[in-house]
Write a protein that binds this ligand. Structure first.
Ligand SMILES: [Zn+2]
Length: 275
């Protein structure tokens, strides 16, 4: 049989590890091609079923990743209790409703409590959950929960911003609408009651997630313009510049130690970002 170059980096072993039944997928794709009125035998489509099966073996490999192997040897005991932030981790996932891609970036922050995870492992954690049929909300929470359970940190925060092709290509056809989701645990969560209080008492009727996004210093150039309605950027908002907003949050904080620490971490982010 003629060997086809599929232009992917998959080996038989990695396909087997993905747990995808590529034979069954191929058969199903042949059926699908027939069902939409195509001829699966024509030249251009001859290898398509196999190509798609291999693609799924790559895009959906996350189900069978062993988390133990994934973090293997990369947990370190460290005396460091400031925030660790890894941001702009690209990801590609498939929405479970349409099996169309949603793509974007993940920002992960945590405040360790004696244990840190090797830097390169955080994108791998993201990948493990992205390479499945997903909804963005669940993926966000899964990443946060995984890191919480693994590291038992003082706090963990995950923010995901993504573009959903099922929204761009079909349906409402909004090409630039992005969805932002967040999941917070521990110290990050503890800061939210005062933050929420702030939002309630401030005249700016901005969505709840805005302050969380600001905490990650999203830069407008990094992911398109953020100054459209509904988005908040600390440098740009005329009424509540980041620092003033932060001071207000500080003053209304009922200060447990953890609370104060998380807030001062945020203060540093704000002063760094407004410098
Ligand atoms: Zn969808």
């Amino acid at each position: 049989m003629e060997r086809i170059d599929f232009d992917d980096n998959l080996t038989d072993e990695s396909i087997a590890r993905s747990g995808i039944n590529t034979r069954a997928v191929q058969k199903a794709i042949v059926q699908l091609l027939k069902a939409i009125g195509e001829d699966p035998g024509r030249d251009g489509l001859k290898s398509t079923p196999e190509r798609i099966a291999r693609t799924y073996a790559e895009l959906l490999a996350g189900y069978h990743v062993d988390p133990e192997v994934l973090v293997n040897d990369a947990l370190f005991e460290v005396k460091y209790d400031e925030m660790v932030l890894v941001r702009d981790i690209e990801f590609y996932s498939l929405c479970e409703h349409h099996m169309l891609p949603f793509i974007g970036r993940v920002h992960v922050a945590y405040i360790p409590d004696g244990k840190v995870l090797g830097l390169s492992k955080i994108p791998r954690v993201v990948e493990m959950f992205a390479r499945r049929l997903q909804v963005q909300e669940r993926m966000t929470r899964q990443i946060a929960n995984f890191l919480r359970d693994l590291l038992k940190p003082q706090g963990v925060a995950v923010v995901v911003e993504a573009l959903h092709l099922c929204m761009s290509m079909r349906g409402v056809q909004k090409h630039n609408a992005r969805m932002t989701t967040s999941a917070m645990h521990g110290a990050f969560r503890a800061t939210w009651p005062p933050a929420r209080n702030f939002w309630r008492t401030s005249r700016a009727a901005l969505p709840r997630f805005s302050s969380r996004i600001a905490a990650f210093d999203f830069h407008p150039d990094r992911f398109g313009p953020l100054d459209r309605p509904g988005f908040f950027h600390p440098h740009r908002h005329p009424r509540t510049p980041g620092l003033a907003r932060h001071r207000l949050a500080m003053s209304s904080a009922r200060a447990s130690t953890v609370n104060r620490r998380a807030l001062s971490t945020r203060a540093r982010i704000f002063s760094a970002s407004s410098a």
